[in-house]
Design a protein around this ligand. Structure first.
Ligand SMILES: NC(=O)c1ccc[n+]([C@@H]2O[C@H](COP(=O)([O-])OP(=O)(O)OC[C@H]3O[C@@H](n4cnc5c(N)ncnc54)[C@H](OP(=O)(O)O)[C@@H]3O)[C@@H](O)[C@H]2O)c1
Length: 246
């Protein structure tokens, strides 16, 4: 029987790469986004396309209920909704802060709660993967709002993994560094900016949506059946090693 994947933020850079993984794995896929035209542009007539804003409780409920009704209870969740904000706390407006919390943390919590409720009422296990950031693992200047939101997400992942382990529901996250997607376009818009960014990473390159999608699809799969409560950095060594500076 094929798996049922729910991919949120599916029309974004990472979302599209994850949907491509699910497609190659032969999954039935439900994709969500706030704009049905954007979903149509990304996926044509493929997949179950659900217009919903999962950063609200009602939107997340609608997304999961539509998936259950039209495709079946999701056995895999790839939650790709989120945003980036590079700004020091003193220059972050209240609106920016609230937007960052909403897109990165509220969306994760409401999606988690609806997906686990659906899995429990169907009496089935599931595997969930969220997207954090290296800025929640190590202090990076000018990331206070995003670090707060994603740090909350990391703690949520560990707690949910503990709560739902007895039901066979696994909950993990990946933590990318800078990743070449539309969200990061302005930081990578010239060769000089790309080079300066790549130099920040011990392995000296910029991450891709494809490599993060590969890790997510492994974490979602039964090959990772003994992995839960983890936040896995895929960051060219940024959070783990400090090479000699010559
Ligand atoms: N790119 C990076 O350098 C980087 C680094 C570390 C972590 N991340 C994380 O990676 C994940 C994927 O991001 P990406 O790089 O693929 O960016 P992206 O291309 O901008 O995609 C992000 C998606 O999130 C959705 N979204 C944004 N704000 C939202 C809000 N307030 N409410 C509901 N949905 C919202 C958008 O969906 P709609 O289609 O509805 O607009 C969009 O498709 C995010 O969690 C991001 O924080 C990215």
């Amino acid at each position: 029987m094929s798996e049922i994947w729910l991919v949120t933020g599916a029309a974004g850079g990472l979302g599209r790469a994850v949907v491509a993984k699910g497609r190659s794995a032969g999954a039935k896929i439900a994709v969500t986004g706030r704009d049905s035209e954007r979903l149509k542009d990304a996926f044509g007539d493929e997949h179950l396309q659900i217009e919903a804003d999962v950063s609200t409780s009602e939107g997340a409920k609608l997304a999961v209920a539509t998936c259950v009704e039209r495709l079946g209870t999701p056995t895999r969740l790839a939650h790709c909704v989120g945003s980036i904000l590079i700004a020091p706390a003193a220059r972050t407006t209240e609106q920016q802060y609230r937007d960052v919390l909403r897109s990165n943390l509220d969306s994760a919590f409401f999606t988690l709660s609806n997906v686990v409720a659906a899995a429990r009422s169907a009496g089935q296990g599931a595997s969930l993967c969220f997207v954090s950031t290296i800025a929640a693992q190590i202090g990076i200047a000018n990331h206070e709002a995003v670090a707060a939101a994603k740090g909350g997400l990391d703690a949520m992942v560990r707690s949910a993994a503990a709560t739902y382990a007895p039901q066979g529901i696994r909950v993990n996250a990946v933590a990318p560094g800078l990743m070449d997607t539309p969200a990061a376009a302005k930081f990578l818009s010239t060769p000089a900016l790309r080079e300066a960014s790549a130099k920040q990473y011990p392995l000296g390159s910029i991450g891709s949506a494809e490599e993060i999608a590969d890790l997510m699809s492994w974490l979602l799969s039964d090959a990772a059946s003994r992995v839960t409560g983890q936040v896995w950095a895929l960051d060219g060594g940024f959070t783990a090693v400090r090479p000699l500076v010559r």
